[in-house]
Design a protein around this ligand. Structure first.
Ligand SMILES: NC(=O)c1ccc[n+]([C@@H]2O[C@H](COP(=O)([O-])OP(=O)(O)OC[C@H]3O[C@@H](n4cnc5c(N)ncnc54)[C@H](O)[C@@H]3O)[C@@H](O)[C@H]2O)c1
Length: 274
């Protein structure tokens, strides 16, 4: 039985991924601090469902806690690590940047250090489409430049992409970074538009629309996203021996590291979405 360690396992995407991995015969170790960024009861209910499977183990603690990840990697020797735990949300990062520094930067550092000492076959980590920031070239391609982030959330995520690349290069650690595009579905996040707007409509309250609704979003259904992650788990990046990468491939020329967009590719105008 293969072991997968999933961080952010009580989160929206993490809980779906854990269920999928359990269905596929993995033993799953889930790490989640159950932060109160949104309703903790929702996280508890997602975790309760997973705990019904005897092959799921939950650790409710902070990934950035010094030594925790190292201990877990040593005792559980995971074959695959999917790192989804993060302080998410673009708006919240305006007033609460420290939460992003601690969870996203320090937390990812602890994962990388543990993976360096006890290397899994494949480390996969969540980034975001927000890293494209000021990029106006559509559709977003992984090979496009993504250097001008417009929120601290996106900046911390871009930093984790770069941190992971350095570990992949220095220690030969195979890493796949995902960039997700607005994920929706059942058990979804109450801070995101689909649930936030629906709640407002049901309560007959006005909807907060930014930029006069003049924006487009690429929505990804959570089970489609998980299908993408599942496929990528088996697509372990290999450092190209001659440094030559096929055109269009976002594989690094010097390290077993690749970044992959997982989206739907059909943008929806916000007003139409509402
Ligand atoms: N949902 C989306 O549309 C979307 C889009 C782009 C990127 N992402 C990224 O995908 C990942 C999963 O997102 P989600 O939508 O499931 O979010 P989520 O908030 O539902 O899940 C994240 C989980 O991580 C946990 N967590 C946060 N900080 C932690 C810490 N320091 N230690 C341990 N656990 C911690 C939270 O308690 C939460 O349950 C995140 O990295 C997020 O940035 C999501």
């Amino acid at each position: 039985m293969k072991t997968a360690l999933v961080t952010g396992s009580a989160g929206f995407i993490g809980s779906f991924l854990c269920q999928r991995l359990l269905d596929d015969g993995f033993r799953v170790i889930g790490v989640d601090a159950m932060t109160d960024y949104y309703d903790v009861k929702l996280k508890e209910r997602r975790q309760q469902r997973l705990l019904q499977n005897e092959h799921f183990r939950a650790i409710n603690d902070f990934i950035e806690k010094p030594g925790l990840m190292m201990e877990l990697f040593a005792s559980e020797t995971p074959d695959v690590v999917v790192h989804l735990a993060a302080q998410a949300g673009v708006r919240y990062s305006i007033d609460n940047p420290r939460a992003y520094l601690e969870s996203n930067i320090c937390g990812t550092f602890e994962i990388l250090e543990a993976a360096r000492t006890h290397p899994p076959e494949h480390l996969l980590m969540a980034s975001t489409s927000s890293v494209f920031g000021a990029n106006t070239h559509m559709p977003y391609r992984e090979t496009d430049k993504a250097d001008h982030q417009m929120s601290f959330y996106a900046a911390t995520k871009k930093a984790t992409e770069n941190m992971a690349h350095s570990y992949a290069y220095l220690f030969g650690l195979p890493v796949t970074m995902f960039r997700f595009f607005t994920v929706y579905g059942p058990w979804g996040r109450p801070d995101m538009a689909p649930i936030k707007f629906t709640k407002a409509i049901l309560e007959n309250k006005p909807i907060d629309v930014y930029n006069h609704g003049d924006m487009k979003r690429d929505f990804t259904y959570v089970e489609d996203l998980v299908e993408g992650i599942r496929g990528l788990i088996d697509a372990v990046p290999v450092r190209p021996e001659d440094g030559v990468v096929e055109e269009g491939d976002s594989l690094s020329p010097v390290a077993p590291w690749r970044v992959v967009n997982i989206g739907n590719s059909e943008c929806v105008q916000l007003t139409r979405f509402i």
